[in-house]
Design a protein around this ligand. Structure first.
Ligand code: ADP
Ligand code: ASP
Ligand code: MG
Length: 407
């Protein structure tokens, strides 16, 4: 008998048929003797729809009201899923984040979990029920409803698995695991049997949407085994685990694309101590999330700095740069939204030189220009033109023979 926390993403509970399919599967696991706790996302694209509606009635989007609004999606989903499980003959019960004991800070829209009580969830399990918990939400220390941010349901599931001492946290989604690249872009992408937390973290940092980065960090810190798998075929998926001695480090495990960022270039910046510090301190104070940074060699005492930010932070970033156009600031500020980042990730590159050279050669041979480069010990990322990104992913996936590798 296992204690499992199962998280279902939006597509997995998108309509009544999907909800009934999930309920049947949960009922089967319950009858096998497993204890199951569900964490559920809003149905389909409902979170996007709620955000769109909000933008139609307000320019300010006040945090407290926004969190009340977006968490409504998950609340609707948990009630429907709990009813479907009861209809499948298994006692259930729905719980909001607050009822499940999720206490957060007061940082609306992107609240951090401070504590997971989970007393009512434990009690429900003891009564033989399948509790269904709303993902991505909690109650703040000021007693307001809070949202954990986009993709926050994965974090809810991992935090609950930790609090309950679950055997595993299963993240059910619309693909059957973690693949060598997005299987919707490259049809020859292969599913991995397992991947280390470190590699998974690099993939999420590079832009892979699944699992959400915060949930992988949390799982790594607390040793929660993650199993990413399909809510459509129910076949075994990909385990995200600690590195084990018998795991051969693959040279490259995956190619990741990210079109969610834009590039800002500030030119004519004086090449003297403190200038970059002032710019990036100001950007940080405005909550701009800077990813890659490149500073050019200076000529005649001035230089250029380019950096990338999420599209959602672009307007604020440009505003900060413009506000610094005084005596020690830049002479021009240019934003480019039509860029994308392509990355290769693999722990084996630590001990094998030449991965960067191969990556650059493959892009060059396909006429794809590299605008920026950044690396970590196990990742190389290049900024390229957005319209070349699907091709870049395909040719890199082929060049590193990821379609032929078994992990
Ligand atoms: P959910 O809503 O179920 O939480 P997401 O929609 O956030 O899941 O993420 C799942 C999607 O991630 C898949 O539909 C797939 O297209 C995409 N994806 C991108 N890269 C990968 C990858 N390397 N492996 C698996 N899925 C990926
Ligand atoms: N429904 C929320 C979102 O779309 C939370 C989640 O699914 O993780 O971001
Ligand atoms: Mg989703």
């Amino acid at each position: 008998m296992a204690l499992l926390v199962q998280k279902y993403g939006g597509t997995s509970v998108a309509d009544a048929d999907r909800i009934r399919a999930v309920a049947d599967q949960v009922a089967r696991a319950h009858r096998r003797g497993d204890q199951v706790v569900l964490v559920v996302s809003a149905m389909g694209k409902e979170t996007d729809e709620l955000l769109r509606l909000a933008a139609e009635v307000s320019e300010d989007l006040p945090g407290r009201e926004m969190d009340m609004l977006v968490t409504a999606g998950e609340r609707k989903a948990i009630a429907l899923v709990a009813m479907a499980i009861e209809a499948a003959g298994v006692p259930s019960g729905s719980y909001t984040g607050s009822q499940a004991g999720f206490v957060t800070d007061t940082n609306h829209r992107n609240a951090k979990i401070l504590e997971v009580g989970a007393a009512r969830i434990r009690a429900a399990l003891d009564e033989g029920r399948v509790p269904v918990v709303a993902g991505a939400q909690g109650v703040s220390t000021d007693h307001d409803v809070t949202f954990l941010g986009r993709g926050g349901s994965d974090t809810t599931a991992v935090a609950l698995a930790k609090a309950l001492g679950a055997d595993a946290c299963e993240l059910y989604t619309d693909v059957s695991g973690v693949f060598t690249t997005d299987p919707r872009v490259v049809s020859s992408a292969r599913r991995m049997h397992s991947i280390t937390y470190d590699e998974m973290l690099e993939m999420t940092a590079a832009g892979c949407p699944k699992p959400a980065m915060r949930s992988v960090e949390f799982a790594h810190r607390h040793g929660v085994p993650l199993h990413v798998r399909s809510a459509f075929t129910w076949e075994p998926g990909t385990w995200v685990v600690e590195e084990s001695p018998d795991m051969e480090a693959a040279l490259i495990r995956s190619v990741v694309a990210d079109s969610s960022e834009a590039k800002v270039t500030v030119s004519g910046v004086p090449d003297q101590p403190g200038v970059a510090a002032r710019l990036f301190r100001e950007l940080a104070d405005e909550d701009v999330n800077v990813d890659m940074i490149v500073q050019n060699v200076s000529a005649a005492g001035v230089t250029d700095i380019s950096f990338t930010v999420p599209h959602t932070d672009l307007a604020r970033a440009v505003q900060v740069c413009e506000s610094q156009r005084d005596s020690t600031g830049p002479t021009s500020v240019v934003a480019d939204q039509r860029i994308a980042k392509v990355s290769v990730v693999g722990a084996g590159m630590k001990s094998n030189p030449g991965v960067a050279a191969t990556m650059f050669e493959v892009l060059a041979a396909n006429g794809i220009n590299i605008e920026m480069i950044s690396t970590s010990a196990i990742r190389i990322s290049c900024v390229i033109a957005e319209d070349a990104v699907d091709r870049a992913v395909q040719v890199l996936h082929d060049a590193f023979e990821l379609d032929r590798t078994t992990f």
